[in-house]
Design a protein around this ligand. Structure first.
Ligand SMILES: [Zn+2]
Length: 197
């Protein structure tokens, strides 16, 4: 073993010259840190679906695909780190990548919240359109309800609106509707509401 598991300093003796921890102590410290940061990562990952229901971005599904990938890569790294630390193998590079990923769900959730919260209702624009179909997927937390409508954006066929259960029950295929959207304080367009025409 060449590096201290906890602080990453090069280690020549049984005790780390940087942090003073012995090899088993450094493993314990690292394991604790891994657990705490993984808890932070999971908390952010639970928060994100909630925030995305309050101010749902128009491109939510695309974001969720991206986030799903990030989620599984991060968890994979956490498992890998745990295994490698147990065997006292080199972990510095993986550790740095994982530490950098830990705050991402929280940053994403905070970004989506600020994007909707600091947008002005004066910015709402209304788009007349038609319901194409509806989509419901059961989920662990709340499930996903989508109203799929003909898009008003150039180069886009449909919009998949993340509606709540009331709006999901209220509208049916072929209904003439008006969709209210806002540009987003951070430039992420989000869906404000849906109304009958
Ligand atoms: Zn150390």
């Amino acid at each position: 073993m060449t590096r201290c598991l906890d602080c990453g300093a090069l280690r020549t003796a049984g005790q780390c010259s940087q942090c003073g921890l012995t090899s088993p102590a450094a493993e314990l410290m690292f394991r604790r840190r891994l657990l705490t940061r993984t808890a932070i990562f999971l908390a952010g990952s639970l928060l994100l679906p909630y925030v995305s229901q309050i101010y749902p971005p128009l491109d939510l599904d695309l974001m969720l695909v991206f986030f799903g990938l990030l989620f599984f890569v991060a968890l994979g790294l956490a498992i890998l780190l745990d295994r490698r630390a147990r065997k006292h193998l080199e972990i510095e590079a993986i550790k740095r990548v994982y530490w950098a990923m830990v705050p991402l769900p929280l940053i994403l959730a905070a970004g989506l919240f600020a994007n909707g919260r600091f947008d002005s209702p004066r910015n709402i624009s209304y788009h007349p359109t038609t319901v194409d179909s509806r989509y419901y997927m059961k989920g662990i937390i709340r499930g996903s309800r989508r109203l799929i409508v003909i898009s008003w954006r150039p180069g886009q066929h449909v919009e998949r609106l993340a509606v709540d259960s009331d709006d999901f029950a209220r509208f049916h295929d072929g209904d003439a509707i008006v969709v209210g959207t806002e540009p987003g304080a951070l430039g992420i367009p989000w869906y404000y509401g849906v109304y009958r025409r």
